[in-house]
Ligand binder design. Structure first.
Ligand code: ATP
Ligand code: K
Length: 301
């Protein structure tokens, strides 16, 4: 998965070429979808291991420390001196407009050979979660390695790419994406429950075991078998303060439920993952908004 340090600047307006302006606020965050998902799963009580690559630099060291602070195993977080730790510089003005620079850096250097060294850990896992934040062929290989070891796989095709290798569908026990990704992959509009059900049917046909499409305040739709109908799994209505990272909270929670309650129906796991993600939208930030098991109702465990 991708590792990325987020440098967040809040400014009255975006700077023009050649201009230096004063900002109001600066925050450093630890991001990357995979890292967020892993940390949400760990906060619910899952034993987690991250496979990724960072730079042999100050940010890389901090990044690894953040995993350790969250109880994530870092044996397979490699450090390289050939590239810097991945970063994102995000400037947001008072009007909410942004300007973002992303440098993938060390993430792209995670090789298939290095992935092989993690095989003992992968084959002993209960669930493997992959995204598209590293070289897609490395992600695909990771999913296939997991499946060969009878490890359940969750694939989150994000950030979405239009011509996704057909192998990803076959390698996914659960294919989980949001509306935008579902739209890009199916070529049809996905803006409501009905359209999401249609898109789920289309994605399922491509060979995955089940499809979940998340729908923000509408919860998600779950489709398990061809010709059956998708289940709409609604969530609680709340006043959202910051929805960033909600999708990753949902996937991290789903991974936790698949690992800890393997016989639970997928709709029930999705219902509970909705309940975890809904907590995250009521607080600012990404990882900072993710709930711990202790703060959640007992009925979710
Ligand atoms: N406004 C909201 N109210 C309640 N739950 C929400 C809201 N927004 C998101 N969620 C929860 O989070 C899950 C994921 O949200 P969403 O579909 O927006 O993912 P996403 O687009 O990947 O999010 P992001 O890119 O912001 O991380 C939803 O399925 C739902 O459970
Ligand atoms: K949030």
């Amino acid at each position: 998965s991708r590792c990325r340090i987020r440098h967040f600047f809040q400014t009255p307006r975006l700077p023009k070429t050649g201009e230096t302006i004063h900002g109001d606020k600066f925050l450093i965050g630890f991001g990357g979808k995979g890292a967020n998902q892993c940390i949400q799963a760990a906060r619910l009580g899952a034993k987690t291991t991250m496979i990724c690559k960072v730079g042999k630099d100050f940010f890389g060291d901090n990044y690894i420390q953040n995993f350790k602070d969250n109880g994530v195993h870092t044996d397979f977080v490699g450090q390289t001196s050939d590239a810097a730790t991945g970063v994102a510089s995000i400037t947001v003005n008072d009007a909410g407009e942004n300007a973002i620079v992303i440098v993938a850096g060390a993430n792209m250097l995670l090789s298939n050979e290095e992935l092989q060294t993690a095989l003992p850990a992968i084959s002993h896992a209960k669930v493997m979660v992959c995204q598209l934040e590293i070289n897609p062929q490395t992600s695909l290989q990771a999913l296939q390695m997991a499946q060969e070891s009878k490890v359940k796989t969750i694939f989150n095709p994000a950030p979405a790419i239009p011509d996704l290798d057909a192998g990803f569908y076959k390698a996914s026990d659960v294919f989980c994406c949001n509306e935008t990704e579902a739209e890009l992959l199916t070529g049809s509009s996905v803006t409501n429950v009905e359209e999401a059900c249609g898109a789920a049917q289309e994605l399922l046909k491509r060979g995955c075991g089940a499809v979940i499409i998340t729908l923000g305040p509408q919860g998600c739709v779950v489709l398990k078998e061809q010709k059956s109908t998708s289940d709409h799994v609604p969530t609680t209505a709340v006043t959202a303060v910051d929805t960033t990272g909600a999708g990753d909270s949902f996937i991290g929670a789903l991974a936790f439920y698949m690992a800890h309650y393997p016989t639970m129906p997928l709709e029930e796991m999705a219902r509970r993952a909705n309940q975890v993600a809904v907590v995250s939208v009521q607080a600012f930030g990404t990882q900072t908004s993710y709930p711990f098991r202790a703060s959640l109702p007992d009925e979710l465990f």
